[in-house]
Design a protein around this ligand. Structure first.
Ligand code: ADP
Length: 420
């Protein structure tokens, strides 16, 4: 800029001198020349300035090093902001992947933030509900009491047909995190476990009480030999019942723990059926008519498990068919159909409402008949597990007073691979 001022001063002085020494037209010419030079200089400076504005790096040439340092700082800040944004996005992704609900509550219990699972579990609308006090959305007295005093035991409450657990954790500056978890399935399994333990205890208590009674009689009362033999026979029956129950429990536990059959060898269902049939005949002791339609049928699987499944179906047919009734077994395979084992009886039959529950552990339609005939209430649960492990279905058809059909139908691929 100093150069520009110098040029202006020079131009002004020269024109003044020219107007004094020479004629006005010479002065005008000198003035024009000088003004021209001035214009060229200004133009050059304007271009330089425009360049500086367009490319800030050029500033560094013109200004001191602090500008370069400032620009490096700016880049560093930009990088930090980018990293922070990526971190926030990642945390958002993680919190939305958490299956449990998370709420951040301010000291007045208003919702500051919540994750996706919290919105879904509590059927909330992010736009409408964030900012509201949580007690407007969850009003159960047990929850409100826990919110006001988080030293109380965390509650377990039904919300929209689900069972949810709640847990408060301190965050920062009086804010708190509220964790909510869908524990419906866990509760269902817990209830099943409790029911199972109660059922097993009940099943064991009955024979134990009977055995205890006979032992007491035998030791404390004067009984003759005939009576004592009879009592010992009763003790034997109850001991057998308990042994069967323990065996069935162990079988069920093993089947439930294993995902796949221990064995997948090729086996002939007709041999298994003949084997199980001879047990059924001795259980029946001539009380029933047996009919068989058994053809060679190869499947893959565990021979001992399938023997147990077919044996259970046949023993049920004997136990739930009054003497004189008919029991038939069919084993067949067809290129189009699946391999099938079918046990039909002309027994007491089962009312339709019981059929879906028959494979539940300890479910019995006729409790006394089951006990009298030495049933454990676990037979069909075992059959269902074995069927699942062999990719087979258990189909049940029954009419009260006319009889029942229990059918194991194997998946076709299993049969095809076995035929190779
Ligand atoms: P259980 O040891 O009591 O026989 P299962 O699990 O084998 O236990 O069978 C469950 C219930 O299903 C039985 O208690 C009985 O009421 C019914 N059931 C099973 N098989 C038959 C059948 N062939 N005819 C009639 N009822 C049956």
């Amino acid at each position: 800029m100093n150069r520009t001022v110098a040029i202006i001063v020079a131009v002004a002085s020269l024109s003044l001198l020219a107007s004094i020494i020479w004629t006005p037209w010479i002065a005008a010419a000198v003035l024009s020349l000088m003004l021209g030079l001035l214009l060229v200089t200004l133009r050059r400076q304007q271009r330089h300035l425009a360049e500086l504005l367009r490319e800030p790096a050029a500033l560094a040439l013109g200004f001191d090093e602090s500008i370069t340092a400032l620009r490096a700082k700016l880049k560093e800040v930009e990088r930090l902001v980018r990293d922070r944004d990526a971190e926030i996005a990642q945390r958002r992704q993680i919190t939305s992947a958490i299956p449990d609900g998370l709420f951040l509550l301010d000291p007045e219990n208003r919702i500051v933030w919540c994750n996706q699972a919290a919105l879904v579990l509590h059927s909330l609308d992010a736009f409408k509900d964030i900012g509201k006090p949580i007690t407007q959305l969850l009003r159960q007295p047990e929850f409100v009491a826990y919110l006001n005093d988080d030293s109380r035991p965390p509650p377990l409450l039904p919300v929209d047909s689900r069972m949810l657990s709640f847990k408060l954790q301190p965050a920062v500056d009086g804010a708190r995190l509220l964790l909510t978890q869908d524990v419906t399935e866990r509760e269902r399994l817990d209830r099943m476990r409790r029911d199972f333990v109660a059922n097993v205890s009940h099943e064991m208590r009955t024979p134990l009480t009977v055995v205890g009674g006979y032992v007491e009689t035998l030791t404390e009362l004067p009984v003759d030999e005939v009576q004592s033999r009879r009592y010992l026979g009763m003790i034997g029956v109850q001991t057998d019942n308990m042994r069967r129950l323990v065996e069935d429990l162990l079988t069920l536990a093993r089947l439930e723990n294993d995902q796949l059959p221990a064995d997948d060898s090729l086996l002939d269902l007709s041999l298994i059926a003949h084997d199980a049939l001879s047990d059924a005949r001795s259980l029946s002791a001539g009380g029933h008519e047996f009919v068989e339609h058994i053809t060679k049928t190869i499947v893959r699987g565990s021979s001992s498990e399938l023997r147990s499944a077919v044996g259970n179906l046949l023993s049920n047919a004997v136990r739930y068919t009054p003497p004189g009734g008919k029991i038939s077994i069919a084993v067949r395979a067809d290129a189009k159909e699946s391999a099938v084992v079918e046990v039909t009886d002309s027994g007491v039959g089962i009312a339709a409402e019981h059929i879906p529950r028959l494979t539940e552990r300890f479910y019995r339609v006729d409790r006394s008949r089951s006990r009298e005939t030495g049933g454990t209430g676990l037979g069909l649960a075992i059959v269902k597990h074995i069927a699942q492990r062999h990719r087979a279905h258990l189909e049940i058809e029954s009419v009260v007073g006319q009889g029942s059909t229990f059918r194991l139908r194997f998946a076709r691929e299993l049969q095809e691979s076995a035929a190779l």
